[in-house]
Design a protein around this ligand. Structure first.
Ligand code: NAD
Ligand code: UDP
Length: 319
């Protein structure tokens, strides 16, 4: 069995590729490294049965091989990244999804779309079940990501309905763990790097906004199971344990024994006030629920960031 994973050199795509490789699949990664890392691709190549094609998926992709699955994970995902790359984000969510669906259709392959909790926007229903249609500002700064993913879901459903492609949609909630880029700007990577360096912890707003953080191995397992399950409608995959951003800062400070101070910065425009997945569908359909709690997940993540910062500092000393 062979799957194509777009965005395989990124954080989540690389863990998902590893999960498929562990099950005996051959994996072809497709990435243009816009936010991904060559080190992730090299690591996967070292596992065997993996090869990476450097390609921008907003352009059509043709492969000679038979393909059993296409999993579309290419897209900037950190708010800092997609605000810096707004047009690329819209293009990979629209044209990139179209091309990935086209590849799945041509190969008779199953397709899985990496969608997001951001399709719920700044939600007025809490926690968020899959049946909630969301509360998104299309013309605000986050619209470039949210609307691209909403379009991608609509395109996926259209390929299912009108072309008979066997499709899946996963709505991924905040995921963290090893292989996040230290500078990608998301809250877990920011707080860990700041705490390890003794820099101020940047809390946006009053820190009372909430998120529900899922350890990446749990997330990859849920997505792997959804790929093999029988459900076309979207499925939330995330950890339902909800924390304020201030609580997250306290956990990171405790686990790193850091004496960093807290720095209050302005709240970004349209930043969702709450977020928590309702995972009843995933539990019933996949027999899946996350097993790693936040504090334990932070502990599992710290060695990676320590190494990354040491490598970075060593490089800086040689220049
Ligand atoms: P990431 O930035 O680490 O990885 C994205 C990868 O996609 C990178 O390797 C990047 O180079 C690649 N890419 C982007 N545009 C491309 C293009 N045009 N052609 C080829 N490759 C391209 O982000 P991530 O956290 O690993 O997210 C992966 C996917 O999961 C994204 O689709 C994201 O929207 C979704 N998601 C992630 C989270 C999360 O918390 N990590 C939450 C919700 C949804
Ligand atoms: N956040 C923060 N400090 C940071 C980075 C993020 O307080 O240095 C907040 C951000 O405002 C948001 C939450 O943490 O409320 C999660 O942000 P992230 O960028 O990780 O992802 P989001 O869930 O907003 O897509």
């Amino acid at each position: 069995m062979r799957v194509v994973i777009t965005g395989a050199a990124g954080f989540l795509g690389s863990h998902l590729a590893e999960r498929f490789l562990a099950d005996g699949y051959e994996v072809i990664g497709v990435d243009n490294f816009i936010t991904g890392s060559r080190a992730n691709a090299e690591y996967l190549e070292g596992l065997g049965n993996f090869r990476l094609i450097e390609h921008d998926v907003t352009l059509p992709l043709f492969l000679d091989e038979e393909v059993d699955g296409v999993l579309h994970f290419a897209s900037p995902a950190s708010p800092v990244d997609y605000l810096e790359l707004p047009i690329q984000t819209l293009k990979v969510g629209s044209l990139g999804t179209h091309n990935a669906l086209g590849l799945a259709k041509a190969k008779g392959a199953r397709f899985l779309l990496a969608s997001t909790s951001e399709v719920y926007g700044d939600p007025q229903v809490h926690p968020q079940p899959e049946t909630y249609w969301g509360h998104v500002n299309p013309v605000g700064p986050r619209g470039v990501y949210d609307e691209a993913k909403r379009f991608a879901e609509a395109m996926t459903m259209a390929y299912h309905t009108y072309h008979g492609v066997d499709t899946r949609i996963v709505r991924i909630f905040n995921t963290y763990g090893p292989r996040m880029r230290p500078g990608d700007g998301r809250v877990v990577s920011n707080f860990i790097v700041q705490a390890l360096r003794g820099d101020p912890i940047t809390i946006y707003g009053d820190g009372q906004q909430t998120r529900s953080f899922c350890f990446v191995k749990d997330e990859a397992e849920g997505i792997f199971r959804l790929f093999h399950a029988d459900r076309v409608q979207p499925v939330n995959i995330g950890n339902p344990n909800e924390f304020t951003i201030r609580e997250l800062a306290d956990i990171v400070l405790e686990e790193t024994a850091s004496s960093s101070s807290l720095d209050a910065l302005p709240m970004p425009v349209d930043d969702p006030k709450v977020r928590q997945p309702d995972i009843s569908v995933a539990k019933a359909l996949l027999g899946w629920e996350p097993s790693v709690e936040l504090r334990e997940g932070i502990r599992k993540t710290l060695p990676y960031f320590r190494e990354e910062l040491e490598r970075h500092d060593a490089r800086a000393r040689t220049i």
